[in-house]
Design a protein around this ligand. Sequence first.
Ligand code: ATR
Length: 284
Amino acid sequence: MAPASSNAPVLAGVAGHPVRHSLSPVIHTIWAKRAGINGYYIPIDVPPSYDEFARAMDSLRVVGFAGVNVTLPHKEHALRYADKKSENAQAAGAANMLTFSDAGASAENSDITGFAEAVREQRSEPGISALVLGAGGAARGVVLALKALGFTDIRIANRTMERAVELAEAFDLAVIEWGKRSQVLENTDLLVNTTSLGMSGQPSLEMEIGALKPSALIADIVYAPLKTDLLRRAEENSHQTVDGLAMLMHQAVPGFRQWFGEEASVDDELRGELVKELNRRGKT
Ligand code: ATR
């Protein structure tokens, strides 16, 4: 299945729809260049249905791709397509990585480890009490990361109560009414926004953070704009923050290791390049 020639370039990419604004090709291309690897990482636009996704993945395997990252709307399709599924991917019900080999396709979820790493980078012992805003796929991954980080008191607030209850029942969490999200912050060590609020083109997140203790960490998975209104206010109040770019860079590390065979580092130089790219696109 792999290319016959041993010096053929390594092929990988990111499959999504739309995919043209993905920063993953920029990240992997920088890392491949740094490591002197003969390889390509390309954006692959795959129409939204499972059948189209499966057809695209079959084709990539035929032409010798080592693997792909998978983004919206295909993360659940990736799990369904895989022959082998990691524990994290199974728990999240979604995968953002597929690795191809003669033995089949294996699914992994590095969104979970990526978020955990991004938090750990700020704080080795991030705390026990967290408030998660949102109850979609991203919130699910964040909750699994928080559990891995040792959080034992995790609360969910979501506009649609039923979705919050569903997530809370699946992972043994507490539910907070969406309207009360600013009133339950006193003992919170970490506040995470996983909703689309604050993203360019979306309404802003209305959240009063004055009741948070000074040591509380504030995270936002949105990266366009990079400094959301929530993160700007967090910095004004001297809180440490984790932005969407930190999570994005860290989730990319396992794929690079797996497909290009080298360790990759998340550092200021990489961040600088990505910020430049976002500026070029007019997104910061
Ligand atoms: P993802 O898989 O990326 O998390 P999603 O499943 O569409 O995407 O979830 C988006 C999240 O943003 C949800 O928690 C959604 O709340 P609902 O479950 O009530 O839809 C939240 N969200 C989006 N727009 C919102 C808004 N205007 N106000 C409050 N929450 C919003």
